[in-house]
Design a protein around this ligand. Structure first.
Ligand code: KG4
Ligand code: ZN
Length: 334
């Protein structure tokens, strides 16, 4: 008998649903919420309302694209956390109601684990144990992945996440939210050595990005006081220099972790893994250290439900289900 899973993701500002059939993704639907752009960041209350509006059509589309009927489903997997509580509540409540109506089990999924498990959507799959640099809008972690659901965080940010460093820089230089992809785009035309930004002095595998953000703010303020058109005239070089610094901070720690743990299977995951500078840096490091590197397809880097559905598939294989009493968690360790 086929194993058919519906995955639902609603932790932040994407309402997403995906169908996984026997470990293969059969549909992957995402409704992005444009409403936040004018506010320069995600407004939690507006995110919850948009999820309410989007969830039924998004799930409907995911079933239709996969050419299956809801009665064919064997499991509903949903993001339990971490994320915005009001946003998570929409996905969790919907998943619970649908599972109850269809009389099928539910599986709760940790969003950050799911970003890592996105590597099991398409072959080649990383071999356990591997190290994954998980970089998103809310998290920056180096994770030792021993098995599908056996993961240990060996380093993480002590303040801002890497995605926040991109987004806050974008805000400082007047780019709309989310700024990460735009910084990446302009950086491709710029010189990463044009301006030098400081590197934080943090021991071990932890990260810090708040000092970098402050130094960028002071630098832009000082330069704009001299030349009001500074940002406009130097946009690609500013973006390339900021990106270069963020990427070197990330890759140096990743290199250290791989060396100390003597692991040669290295992956990246999360929204910032879509960054072209980070992808190129990882490819370079892979060649240099003879690593097998794993970089997700673009559509599986940023928030999506295919990663929730594949996590659900591996939970189904283990009969790891949750009860109807489950509640979302804004904070949820890996
Ligand atoms: O994983 P994700 O979609 O959502 C969270 O779970 O946070 O990550 C979103 C983050 C945002 O900060 C966004 O600016 C960043 O990923 N991002 C990028 C790129 N694409 C998305 N940052 C740098 N370069 C990109 N190409
Ligand atoms: Zn995410």
């Amino acid at each position: 008998m086929s194993k058919i899973i519906l995955g639902i993701e609603s932790s932040c500002d994407e309402t997403a649903a995906s169908v996984c059939i026997d470990g293969k993704i059969a549909s992957n639907v995402i409704a992005s919420q444009e409403v936040h752009q004018q506010y320069g960041g995600v407004v939690p209350e507006l995110a919850s309302r948009a999820h309410q509006q989007n969830i039924v059509p998004v799930v409907h589309q995911a079933l239709q694209d996969a050419k299956i009927h809801k009665n064919d489903l064997n499991l509903i997997a949903f993001t339990k956390g971490p994320g915005l509580l009001g946003a998570l509540l929409v996905g969790v409540s919907f998943a619970k109601a649908l599972a109850l109506g269809l009389n099928i089990p539910l599986a709760s999924v940790n969003h950050m684990q799911a970003h890592i498990l996105a590597h099991f959507i398409d072959a080649p799959h990383p071999k356990f144990p591997f190290i994954c640099l998980t970089v998103s809008g809310g998290h920056t972690q180096i994770v030792l992945v021993k098995d599908y659901f056996d993961m240990v965080v060996i380093g993480e940010t002590i303040d801002d996440a890497a995605g926040e460093a991109f987004d806050k820089t974008a805000k400082i230089i007047g780019l709309p939210y989310p700024g990460g992809p735009l910084i990446d785009k302009y950086a491709q035309e710029g010189n990463g050595s044009a301006f030098t930004f400081p590197k934080p002095n943090i021991d071990g595998y932890n990260f810090s990005f708040s000092g970098l953000k402050t130094s960028i703010l002071y630098f832009i303020r000082a330069q704009t006081a001299i030349n009001p058109n500074f940002v406009k005239e130097h946009l690609p070089d500013i973006c390339a220099s900021v990106q270069h610094r963020i990427v070197t901070i990330l890759s140096e720690k990743l290199e250290k972790a791989a060396k100390d743990y003597q692991i040669k299977h290295i992956a990246i995951a999360g929204g910032v893994s879509a960054n072209s500078g980070l992808r190129t840096a990882l490819e370079k490091l892979g060649k240099q250290h003879h690593w097998s590197i794993y970089i997700p397809k673009f559509e599986y880097c940023t928030d999506n439900a295919a990663m929730i559905a594949i996590a659900g598939y591996h939970k189904l294989l283990k009969h790891d289900f949750c009860s109807q009493q489950v509640s979302p968690l804004a904070r949820m360790p890996i």
